[in-house]
Design a protein around this ligand. Structure first.
Ligand code: PLP
Length: 459
């Protein structure tokens, strides 16, 4: 008989206690945090679904790897393990370690972008776009329209719209486009994958015009899993083979090791071109550290090297995404509006549909994340207008089509019972949605405002 159930390919060796809080304590805590879940103290949180970034549980092997840290300033043995792992599983020639993904984005933007350039991408990511703009470029979204529609069930909603890309090339000229930023398992679209066919076609178009492609490989392993499941011809290929093929169509990558690679800190920049890699190495010493540690301890690099190998195991990635689907199916069964199809790293609840009485100017997703915390101590994150920021020309708020909260599942951390509690709380809130109030800014930072903004309820 074919077995359809799965269980985690690990057992638990150590536990971390959680503090339980009362509703009164949580009501006080969220007010003190300016109704921004980023400003809550983690000890006040019960189930922390803020992000899957750096929140994974490391394996016993990774912990053992920490003890093998070679903390030499230059040429640490762990750097070479890290370099081997990236070469073997991602296939790129040069590895430049960075403290996390945005360190790599910073360096790539600095060496490739001139003021007045355009960077097309399949939807923006917050830190990625911010670095492109700081270097003087304008980000242009070339993702397919379906990505902006939470009800569209297309299997590869992360795909690049080739007509939009061609249009941009015709409008501004290829010389003003130093590279295309190709994101795997598009985060802001709900963790939606790109198909291999689309990557190949995007490669062809870019090659014709001499435009490089840099992959945001942060979630490329999750993307590889969806390709295996959904794309004809890939069912019998391993995750590692698919990952290598994805990378083979690109000129390098920026990557946050805090996601797929199962560590708490780290990232890297990979580049195939020798000259460009030299330029990146000359900058990494300024901003991150020597090119053989890039802001990481030797032990961190060892944990990443081991984590990369674990991340491409089929049983691991199936259980990781299986847990996300478990929560998603529970919410769907109860009629909660979520982004479909269920993505790789979290469940995205459509807050605009959930809270129709709150106008977009009063940030329904921000309000829903705050209300969820008060209800159950579950911490989610806003992914809507607050995250999107303001238009750099007009200074007006950007209201993206998607106004979401993200329930992000850390890897190997929570049990299905935690998912049950989370689902129950979201469903209860849906049944009492009318009592949730909108929010207004009382403090708005200039950059990446969602991290530190403060709000109060609209009277
Ligand atoms: C997290 C993330 C980044 C940034 O990485 P950090 O390690 O947080 O700096 C970039 N792109 C995507 C898709 C991400 O999910």
């Amino acid at each position: 008989m074919a077995k359809t159930s799965w269980a985690e390919p690990f057992k638990i060796k150590m536990v971390e206690h959680l503090r339980m809080t009362t509703r009164d304590e949580r009501t006080r805590a969220i007010a003190e945090a300016g109704y921004n879940t980023f400003l809550l103290k983690s000890e006040d949180v019960y189930i922390d679904l803020l992000t899957d970034s750096g929140t994974s549980a490391m394996s016993d092997r990774q912990w053992a790897g920490l003890m093998l840290g070679d903390e030499a300033y230059a040429g640490s043995v762990n750097f070479y393990h890290f370099e081997d792992a990236v070469r073997r599983f991602y296939g790129y020639k040069h590895l430049i370690p960075t403290h996390q993904g945005r360190g790599a984005e910073h360096i790539l933007s600095k060496i490739c972008i001139k003021p007045g350039d355009f960077i097309p991408g399949n939807m923006y990511f917050t830190t990625t776009r911010a670095h492109q703009e700081l270097s003087g470029a304008r980000f242009v979204d070339v993702i397919i329209d379906a990505a902006h529609d939470p009800a569209n069930e297309q299997p590869f909603k992360g795909n690049v719209d080739l007509a939009k890309l061609q249009n941009l090339i015709d409008r501004v000229g290829a010389k003003k486009i130093p590279y295309l930023c190709l994101q795997c398992n598009v985060n802001m679209a709900g963790g939606q994958p790109v198909s291999m066919k689309n990557i190949r076609e995007t490669r062809e178009l870019c090659r014709k015009h001499g435009i490089r492609i840099f992959l945001d490989a942060t979630r490329a392993v999750e993307n590889a899993y969806f390709i295996k499941l959904r794309e004809p011809g890939y069912g019998s290929k391993s995750i590692a083979e698919i990952l290598l093929e994805i990378c083979s169509y690109t000129d390098g990558c920026t990557c946050s090791a805090k996601k797929d690679s199962l560590v708490n800190i780290g990232g890297w920049l990979s580049i195939n071109d020798d000259d460009l890699a030299e330029q990146a190495r000359s900058l990494v010493v300024l901003y991150e550290g020597l090119h053989t540690y890039g802001g990481l301890a030797g032990r961190d690099m060892e944990a990443i090297a081991i984590g990369i190998g674990e991340s491409v195991q089929f049983d691991h990635i199936r259980a990781r995404i299986g847990q996300v689907e478990y929560l998603g199916h529970k919410l769907q069964a109860a009629g909660v509006p979520i982004v479909k199809p269920i993505g790789g790293h979290g469940i995205f609840v459509d807050a605009a549909t959930f809270l129709p009485h709150i106008p977009r100017e009063q940030f329904p997703a921000q309000a829903l994340a705050a209300a969820l915390y008060v209800d159950s101590g579950v911490r989610a994150m806003e992914r809507g207008a607050v995250s999107a920021g303001r238009n750099p020309d007009t200074g007006q708020n950007i209201f993206p089509k998607l106004e979401l909260i993200r329930l992000t599942i850390p890897r190997r951390v929570y049990t299905q019972a935690h998912m049950d509690v989370t689902a129950e709380s979201v469903i209860d809130l849906r049944d009492n949605a009318a009592s949730i109030k909108g929010l207004k800014f009382i403090y708005e930072p200039k950059y990446l405002r969602f991290f530190q903004a403060r709000f109060e309820p609209v009277a």
